[in-house]
Design a protein around this ligand. Structure first.
Ligand SMILES: [Fe+2]
Length: 269
């Protein structure tokens, strides 16, 4: 499809790996940006919790053991309050993008559209209320050209992380889908469980994955809380799905040739 001689060796190795599996776990650049995001998140969370009279937990204690400070019944309101505040922070999206930029550009290209809002997921240990059953986002009309950037604020492993079904296995399921059409998500999960890969993502790393892969999460059976951001990215000029340009996506890195071309075409009309 392309002449791979045009890629550098490390870029080519990344591309081959991504094509093979449908995802990559990448180290973040400028780690201090992540520490700063985490600190701002902590301040936002403390504000959201209000004056409790109790001593403020340390940053690590708060992120690891959020269940000690936020009851499950209040978790969703708490989460929405925190992320609404953070989405007003003009630094969040650029920080998430820049930390993973090298690999985003290797996977997508240099002209990017990014989802307008960043989503936050908080999974308390043993909490059954914030689960994401097995799915592919393409089933709900999202563009297969989109990738998800999944950035944890804590170490993620085993059930505190997410799982994927790698590309060849996901594609086998799609090809044989008529076999599974009577299955609900749980039954399909049990069927493919032995082939699922649970992603080990230490703090300071992120996952880039195509949401066409089958993926999801389960009850967090580990002892600490999961905090993760997710945001979608795609090539600016690739086809859009139910999440449209302007509505869900905004251009973030437009090059002059595209801008001049777009303006020339628009002027002609
Ligand atoms: Fe998804």
């Amino acid at each position: 499809m392309s002449d791979t001689d045009f890629f550098d060796a490390d870029e080519k190795a990344f591309i081959d790996g991504f094509l093979e599996k449908g995802y990559a776990i990448v180290p973040l650049q400028e780690r201090e940006r992540l520490d700063a995001v985490r600190a701002r998140m902590y301040e936002r969370a403390m504000k959201q919790l209000g004056p409790s009279g109790a001593k403020r937990p340390s940053l690590d204690a708060f992120f690891d053991h959020t269940e000690r400070f936020v009851p499950v019944a209040k978790l969703n309101d708490f989460r929405l309050g925190v992320i609404e505040g953070l989405n007003k922070d003009a630094l969040l999206r650029p920080a998430l993008f820049k930390m993973a930029r090298r690999h985003i550009e290797w996977a997508i290209g240099s002209e990017i559209a990014m989802q307008r809002t960043v989503n936050l997921s908080i999974q308390l240990p043993k909490d059954k209320s914030s689960l994401l059953p097995l799915h592919s986002d393409v089933w709900s009309g999202n563009s297969p050209y989109e990738l998800v950037l999944w950035t944890p604020l804590v170490d993620c492993f085993k059930t505190k992380s997410m799982y994927v079904l790698e590309r060849p296995e996901s594609e086998t399921i799609f090809r044989e889908f008529s076999k599974y059409k009577e299955f609900d998500a749980e039954k399909l999960y049990r069927q493919i469980k032995p082939k699922l890969v649970w992603l080990t993502v230490p703090y300071g790393h992120a996952v880039l994955f195509t949401h066409s892969l089958l993926h999801g999460n389960r009850v967090n059976e580990e002892k600490t809380t999961r905090w993760t951001f997710n945001v979608r990215l795609k090539g600016l000029l690739t086809p859009y799905g139910v999440k449209e340009m302007g509505e869900s996506f905004l251009p973030i890195t437009v090059r002059p040739a595209t801008r001049i071309g777009f303006e020339a075409v628009t002027l002609k009309k």
